[in-house]
Ligand binder design. Structure first.
Ligand code: ACO
Length: 363
């Protein structure tokens, strides 16, 4: 075939690369279902550790094991770097062979242990290198994984903060095909060890175009609060050509279902920012509807996740690592699905460089 006729799908947009039983957002209906179960029914009813099980195994039991199988050695104090490098080192430390040499059960077990460890690494790294570690006996008092996370980080766990983190982790646990999940599947497709696939996905998520920056939403809320008039603030921002952070989505043409779930959580945990966030949301949706009548610009996950995480006193520079904690569930599910597919991912490129030439032609 002549290369002239080959169409390049930049950014792989519109390319359907896999058939998956895990999840794919319902972009027109504004719903997100994990193996058929709506996240609205999961949040508040099923804890994160069981949702991990639903995504990975298709059932709530056994879910994630409660305790870390490994002593934690945090290295840099930067949670993103610590979790990526710690995961990369697990294969030699635990003697995990390549996926090609593992049964599905062995791979699943390694992913479960690595997932629990990833959360603990983030918590311990967030605590900071200078502080003494929380005694293991205190951590072991926890009755859920988010509670364990908070105790390891802060030495205590406020129940509203546990609820906030549980809701956020469940809503962000999986979102069909995206850059980090694709990365995890590419690495898994080579037969590499399963934690190498997890580690690579953490690297992909670290980019601001994927891991997001809900901290920009907090800045907006501060400005609206200081101004005391959400309508006027929104009009001025749009007149100045700014984009409103936390609105619009590449995939959804309806409200992002995660925004809906997290708005409910923000209200339930009594977020002090709830009122101003709701006023801003109302003003923004009305103004965007008036200015862009042909386009559905609704609230996206970043808007309400910023409010929920802020209420749980998670600093903005930890938001991407909190996303990692959530997404280890989806990545693990996709790594196993890819293992079963047993097909090396190897796309092609259209060559558009110089034609054949000699060594002497290269200066
Ligand atoms: N505020 C104001 N106008 C907007 C917004 C917004 N948040 N989002 C889109 N628009 C406008 C654009 O200016 C554009 O107008 P034009 O046609 O007059 O140029 C039109 O709507 C279409 O914009 P696109 O960028 O083509 O829309 P797309 O769906 O590709 O973009 C995106 C999605 C990038 C999320 C966009 O809505 C945006 O920039 N939002 C703000 C940033 C944000 O919230 N990011 C987090 C997304 S959630 C996540 O990634 C996990």
């Amino acid at each position: 075939m002549s290369t002239d006729t080959i169409e390049v799908k930049s950014g792989l947009e519109g390319v359907v690369a896999f058939a998956s039983e895990i999840a794919e957002p319902d972009k027109d209906g504004g719903a997100l279902r994990y193996r058929g179960v709506d996240i609205e029914d999961l949040v508040g009813q099923v804890p994160y550790e069981k949702v991990w099980g639903l995504l990975v195994d298709g059932s709530f039991d056994p879910g994630l094991p409660p305790a870390e199988p490994h002593p934690l050695t945090v290295r840099s104090g930067d949670p993103r770097v610590d979790v990526q490098s710690a995961l990369a080192m697990l294969a030699p430390e635990w003697g995990i062979p390549p996926l090609l040499d593992l049964t599905d059960e062995e791979a699943r077990d390694a992913l479960a242990r690595a997932s629990v460890l990833a959360l603990s690494f983030v918590a311990q790294s967030a605590r900071g290198l200078g502080k003494p570690w929380v005694p293991q006996a205190d951590v072991d008092q926890a009755t859920s994984i988010p509670e364990r996370f908070l105790i390891r980080w802060r030495g205590e766990a406020n129940p509203d903060h546990v609820k906030a983190i549980d809701a956020y982790w469940i809503s962000a646990a999986e979102h069909g095909m995206n850059a980090s999940t694709f990365t995890a599947r590419v690495v898994a497709s080579t037969g590499a060890d399963p934690v190498a696939a997890l580690s690579s996905a953490v690297g992909a998520l670290s980019g601001p175009l994927h891991g997001g920056a809900p901290s920009r939403v907090l800045k907006m809320l501060d400005e609206v609060e200081a101004r005391g008039d959400a309508d006027a603030w929104v009009k001025d921002a749009l007149d100045a050509g700014e984009r409103l952070m936390g609105f619009g989505h590449r995939v959804y043409r309806a409200e992002d279902p995660r925004a809906r779930v997290l708005r409910r959580t923000a209200k339930e945990i009594g977020s002090t920012r709830f009122e101003v966030a709701e006023a801003l949301e109302r003003a923004a949706l009305a103004e965007l509807r008036a200015r862009k009548p042909d386009r559905v610009l609704a609230t996206n996950v970043e808007f309400w996740s910023a409010v929920v995480l802020d209420t749980a006193e998670v600093p903005a520079d930890l938001f991407t690592s909190m996303f990692t904690c959530a997404r280890v569930a989806g990545w693990s599910a996709h790594i196993l699905e890819q293992k079963r597919e047993a097909k090396l991912i190897r796309p092609s490129a259209k060559y558009v460089g110089p034609g054949p030439r000699s060594v002497a032609d290269v200066s």
